[in-house]
Design a protein around this ligand. Structure first.
Ligand code: ZN
Length: 240
């Protein structure tokens, strides 16, 4: 299948820690997860100028879209957000990683502020699996440990997830709904909290496996629907 990875590049990735965590680049590391699963991957860069090269052609052939953003959510054009949301509603799968909780497409698709509690101090996160039979958690055991991660905590202002797969626990005592599935229209969305840009989280085999399984889970199971439009709206406007 065709996977597109939209990944922001920011100055924090050029720092010593950022380069140590991902010498190849964060986006390239995320892309390699889908490549190892046998998918064809297009990597799209985002920065302070917005998203570069997420053309209609690329979006139209995308089965699963990954989104990682942090500093430059505001630079993403509203037109892009609407196109992405419409394609999810037609059946495209989507995976939002880490700070993409505050990205425009995630807020558009959830309809909430997606605010949370956070503390950037590189502590252990233990992601407890709360749905052991869920396909995303297959073969991953009771929990996944991420030795260094940014703390994300509740309250996380999201709608009630359609499926809750992981709850993260941090040493400060905080907990977080860190692995959630939402259904929007015919599409499935997975939000996964691990992956701050200066910690090598996406190198961890268990995290890679969870993301690869999530990619398979949210992938469309049949050709995407045509644009979903209610015919009565047109009827009504004609009568006016
Ligand atoms: Zn972060």
């Amino acid at each position: 299948m065709n996977v597109t990875v939209v990944c922001e590049h920011n100055a924090s990735m050029d720092s010593e820690e950022g380069k140590r965590a991902y010498p190849e680049g964060l986006g390239r590391c995320i892309a390699s997860i889908a490549e190892e699963a046998g998918h064809s991957v297009t990597l799209v860069r985002a920065d302070e100028q917005g998203v570069h090269g997420l053309s209609d052609e690329i979006l139209e052939k995308t089965d699963v879209l990954f989104w990682w953003g942090h500093w430059y959510h505001g630079a993403v054009a509203d037109e892009t957000v609407e196109k992405v949301a419409a394609r999810v509603q037609r059946g495209m799968g989507m995976i939002f990683l880490h700070s993409a909780h505050a990205s425009k497409p995630f807020m558009r698709l959830t309809g909430t502020s997606c605010t949370l509690k956070w503390r950037e101090d590189g502590e252990l996160e233990r992601l407890w699996c709360v749905d052991p039979s869920h396909p995303i958690a297959r073969g991953l055991g009771e929990f996944i440990d991420v030795p260094e991660e940014e703390m994300y905590g509740e309250p996380f202002d999201i709608p009630e997830p359609d499926e809750l797969v992981y709850i993260g626990w941090f040493r400060g005592g905080e907990v977080f709904r860190g692995g959630c599935v939402f259904r929007r229209g015919r599409g499935k969305i997975f939000y996964f909290n691990p992956g701050h840009e200066t910690y090598p989280t996406y190198k961890l085999p268990a995290i890679r496996k969870a993301i690869a399984q999530a990619c398979a889970y949210v992938a469309p199971q049949q050709p995407l629907a045509e644009e979903l439009k209610c015919p009565h709206i047109e009827e009504f406007s004609i009568k006016q």
